[in-house]
Design a protein. Sequence first.
Length: 274
Amino acid sequence: MPAQHSFLFVPATQPQRFPKAAASGAHAVIVDLEDAVAPPDKERARAILAGEAAALRALCDGAGCELLVRINAHGSAWHAQDVQACAGLPVHGVVVPKPDDLVVLAALARAVGGARALYLLVESAAGFLHLADIARAPGVRRLMLGAADLMLDIGLPDDDAPLHYFRSQLAMHSRLAGLPPPVDGVCLALDDARRLEHEVERAKRFGFGAKLCVHPTQIEAVNRGFLPPAAECEWARRVIEAAAGAGGAAVRVDGRLVDAPIIEQARRVLAAAS
């Protein structure tokens, strides 16, 4: 599967936005049944999704992106019906809010079918407590950071330094579970391009490989931001060329000692760029 860098939320109650979301350049479209839908509208949202899913899947297939659905959390009044609906819809996967129970995740994986991947939106203290286990649960494709809910749950003042520990945990457990790099939370500053750029760079420094988005205008910057910059690619090419000439031994490149881990890093840069 090609690398996925951008995941765009679209409210299930706004079907007029579905075609634009599919054509936005996002690598995945997430139809949201949870936070973007008020409680009185939950059933209507589910009905709209059921009626539009086939057409939206066709649009997503044509655009080369995946179609996902964010369901309501386990324990809510809408969870069971959301799961039942997803089991019958032509979607690639399910975004699972507040995952913290292996038994619940196993039941969810069985209910939606093995062909539908689970994307775990980790956003509670309980979720991080059980992170090593839930990352390895059947059907899990990727971990995501739910920053706003996590801050609320723990009582953190902002989404920068107070969340560094949690970002590191997601990156580490993604690696240990054999998952792709995790997905960073949304940037709520819709009209602040510099803020979005800062958040993407921060996510990359913590080992993330993608970001949740809430508006189509964020997609291009996110996709571009997770690609290695030209200077880094040029460095990687110099490293690979020097390593090839050294026959596998350590070599000097740009005044720095380059050995096996650095050579592997250069290979990963070029792979990401391609």
